[in-house]
Design a protein around this ligand. Sequence first.
Ligand code: UDX
Length: 459
Amino acid sequence: MYKNKISIVGTGYVGLVSGVCLADFGNSIINVDIDEEKVAKLNQGEVPIYEQGLKELLERNLKDERISFTTDSQEAMEESEVIFIAVGTPPNDDGTADISSVLKVARQVGKYMDGYRVVVNKSTVPIGTGRKVAEVIEEELEKRGENYNFDVVSNPEFLREGRAVNDFTDPDRVVIGTESEEAQEIMTEIYRPLFLDDVPFVFTNLETAETIKYASNAFLASKISFINEMSRLCEQVNADVNEVAQAMGLDSRISHRFLRAGPGYGGSCFPKDTRAIVSMAEEAGIDLELIKTGIQVNREQKEYMADKIINELGSGEEGSQLAGMTIGVLGLSFKPETDDMRESPALTILPRLIKEGAAIQAFDPEAMKNAAECLDEYERDIVYCANEYDVMKNVDAVVLLTEWNQFRRLDFERLKRVVNQPVFFDLRNVYNEKEVAPRGIRYIGVGRAARPAEKSEKI
Ligand code: UDX
């Protein structure tokens, strides 16, 4: 049984979700960050990110005094037997992850520890980082002439944005990478409610745990690229990718999850982690051809979606194909339930449409502020609207780019009344031709056989 509190360094996405959820598991948490303003706000129950259920959970655990936020890392590390490192690891230009913040925390641990410590890597870190963390702590202890015992653990997170609280509290597995039995016991105790709930625990060594995280994300990203590639084939051979995926998924070895064709994956994890595993492997002399191709397919898929729209609506004159047209875009974030624009397909597709002369009307329930920042060079070409029906006013086509729930039950009669041309690009296959086309709207999905245009009509 560990005696003291747990420190979690970093109140970013991973640090905050882990802190709040571990507090809810009955642990006593000190969450550390260098940003004083952020710390003050968090102590008031203000959450800086949009994440379902997080605010309520934070408020409850603040009230019950199981979690507090501080900028004082020294005090936190002195008081805690277990220290989670959950700081950022942004990508370097070559795709490798920058672990300087992780090592900085390790150095602080070495400086301030005054007895046995378990140091847990929660950030997604390159394979081998756990050993480096241990070396840095040793170095600091040597400088101090101290000889305290410690263990380093790799405990990767598999959180999805928008579902993070749920993913943390009801995970498919908990991975714990350490050779130390004592550290294993302490980690099991920290995750006790999950252990009691029969969630599978994978105990393994540091490097294996670090690899599991990258391998899982690379597999899922490749799975998406696989179905996106299939969607291109389906379009040419009169097949329907949704039905293909559904039937494939009935084979339990395949599973239907993460087999939805669309405009390509985005976000902070899949693009970053696939590039990182490729460059780590290169350093180790291994060429990860399959993953590299998956990355390439994803890049192409975003372009392919832009081509699809341009080819369908365009005049054929390169550079001004969409001149004089206005296109309505529903959804900008890389997926629903987040305001995150990182690597969103919108960042490839919108500029392509604008370059061909189109004006854009767009709406996203959460991501418009971030979108305006990411797309600021196209400021004059994009009008951000108040809702989905304003987006549709006098447009030459509507493009559903992110499948927010409110876009899953569109009023097509209303759409038809306000658009200039009833053309609907469903880049997430939320609808199908059978339900949309009879209303006199031309329906174009992803990976669905091209049908003749006779049902489309201009009003
Ligand atoms: C992902 C992993 O799921 C999570 O385990 C890891 O910890 C972090 O990376 P996240 O980036 O939040 O999580 O989003 P996720 O829901 O996995 O979606 C990633 C991208 O794939 C989105 O752009 C989504 O639109 C796309 N996607 C997902 C598809 O195109 N098709 C699918 O079938 C599933």
